[in-house]
Design a binder for this molecule. Sequence first.
Ligand SMILES: Nc1ncnc2c1ncn2[C@@H]1O[C@H](COP(=O)(O)OP(=O)(O)OP(=O)(O)O)[C@@H](O)[C@H]1O
Ligand SMILES: [Mg+2]
Length: 112
Amino acid sequence: MKKIEAIIREEKLEAVRKVLEDMGYHGMTITEVSGRGKQGGVTLQWRAGDYHVDFLPKIKIEVVILDDDVPAALNAITSCARSGEPGDGKIFVIPIDNAIRVRTGEEGINAI
Ligand SMILES: Nc1ncnc2c1ncn2[C@@H]1O[C@H](COP(=O)(O)OP(=O)(O)OP(=O)(O)O)[C@@H](O)[C@H]1O
Ligand SMILES: [Mg+2]
């Protein structure tokens, strides 16, 4: 199992949620986060002068999936979440040792 941690634009959440569901993944965690990439935020031009915003709002999607599904999930998320502009986001792939469904005690791939 791997955890896919995808930090994406807020307006791309719906499309990414849908492709994950189409792959059979209904369980996921969504968090509103603030972040910055290599540009380190954005500088906005106001009448009063320039104003630098260091951290921008993004959505973090965490979904634990089977190893075999990782390449397809990465392709699907990348193509759904891309606008082509800076700030499209980033995806991290993290190994998962185990998972447990609390209600039943099921473990591993049976729990996701
Ligand atoms: N190295 C990192 N570690 C953790 N989170 C990151 C990292 N890089 C980016 N992020 C997260 O991803 C979000 C989007 O990053 P962003 O897409 O701007 O990356 P980038 O490397 O600057 O690429 P681009 O040049 O396309 O903008 C950030 O707001 C932050 O939440
Ligand atoms: Mg950036």
